[in-house]
Design a protein around this ligand. Structure first.
Ligand SMILES: NC(=O)c1ccc[n+]([C@@H]2O[C@H](COP(=O)([O-])OP(=O)(O)OC[C@H]3O[C@@H](n4cnc5c(N)ncnc54)[C@H](OP(=O)(O)O)[C@@H]3O)[C@@H](O)[C@H]2O)c1
Length: 329
């Protein structure tokens, strides 16, 4: 089954995720879809100092949004912030320093946002990593899981009251990956069983993001918040160069730019919500399948309820946060 999954992914990816895939798909893109202003909208972008997150923050700022960049490094964040301000002329770009592998730091960040009492129109969960070694954070979580899954879960859940303030125009976009096509959901969230494999763990994490997006869409469907996951395609970013140097070299010249990777994130932020499917997985400005043929990953989504309960329990988020939306779903 593993070999089937890998082959289906390689063929589909080569045809669609590369730069040539973007060129082909962009023939159907409509220019007017992107000609939307975001003045007065408050947007949070995680991992905004680099790659797809930087291009997303820049694209939102260029359209007049107030952009809150969440970065783990003050220095890298400040450099990116001043580049975005000078490129877009938008001074309403701000930096929040937070290590998203730490639940404690995310809680402090959320408290800071809540004290500003700012409606949040858009949260982009972009920050992500692919760490090949099994590293444990000071809070005791496997690092890929901590950033990609637990960080995404905790920040989104804690932002719900502020997203609700922006409803019905609130949305959460989570940057997942086509890597999820190779991975069914598993309750072994921290890869505690068997020999650790960072690439497999990344795929598992990205599958959780897609299933979690579905779960949030269902739980909070009466709250005026849209939840979308997406795949940026294969883009040449500092993250890819560092984590997958062989892949980066092999596809050199046929990888997307960060702007092309961010294109669907920005498109999702700009379209009227009636045009979008909450809980959907998007790629190149269209809803995409969550499973590939021959990969047998679909049935695994039944595990999401128990995974959600685990995330809730280990994040230590107070009960009222969870029941706000759940009670109405
Ligand atoms: N590029 C691709 O081909 C591709 C394909 C599929 C999915 N994706 C997804 O796209 C997203 C962006 O990736 P990218 O390719 O643009 O990589 P990138 O250039 O490495 O950007 C990742 C961003 O996440 C930040 N980040 C990592 N760990 C963090 C932490 N603990 N706390 C706060 N921020 C943290 C990084 O900060 P530092 O700069 O401080 O490290 C960086 O700003 C990721 O979710 C990735 O999985 C990318």
């Amino acid at each position: 089954m593993k070999a089937w999954r890998a082959s289906a992914f390689a063929v589909y990816g080569y045809l669609n995720f590369t730069k040539s895939g973007f060129k082909e798909h962009s023939k159907k893109f409509k220019e007017e879809d992107m000609q939307v202003r975001l003045d007065g909208k408050n947007c949070i972008v995680t991992g905004a100092n680099s790659g797809i997150g930087f291009a997303t923050a820049e694209g939102l700022a260029a359209r007049g949004a107030s952009v809150y960049m969440v970065c783990r490094s003050k220095e890298r964040g400040e450099t990116a912030l001043s580049q975005i301000q000078s490129k877009t002329g938008n001074q309403k770009v701000y930096l929040e320093v937070c290590d998203l592998s730490s639940v404690g730091e995310i809680k402090s960040l959320a408290t800071k946002f809540i004290s500003k009492d700012l409606p949040v129109h858009l949260l982009v969960n972009n920050a992500g990593i692919l760490e090949h070694k099994r590293i444990t954070t000071p809070e005791g979580f496997e690092l890929n899981f901590a950033v990609n899954v637990l960080g995404t879960y905790t920040l989104t859940e804690l932002m719900l009251p502020l997203l609700e303030e922006a409803a019905p125009d609130a949305r959460v976009i989570t940057v997942s990956s086509g890597g999820m096509y190779t991975a069914p959901l598993t309750t072994d969230l921290q890869f505690s069983e068997g020999k650790f494999d960072g690439i497999a763990q990344y795929g598992r994490n990205k599958r959780v993001q897609v299933a979690l997006t579905e779960k949030w869409a269902e739980m909070y469907k009466h709250k005026g918040i849209g939840f979308y996951s997406m795949h940026p395609g294969w883009a040449e970013t500092p993250g890819v160069a560092k984590s997958l140097p062989g892949f980066s070299q092999k596809f050199s010249g046929n990888l997307r730019t960060s702007e092309e990777g961010a294109d669907t994130v920005i498109w999702l932020a700009l379209q009227p919500k009636e045009k979008l499917v909450s809980g959907g997985f998007y790629f190149d400005r269209a809803e995409a399948p969550k499973q590939l043929p021959f990969t047998a990953t679909k049935g695994s989504h039944v595990l999401m309820d128990s995974i959600y309960d685990t995330l809730h329990s280990i994040s230590g988020i107070p009960a009222q946060n969870q029941t706000v939306g759940a009670a109405q779903s």
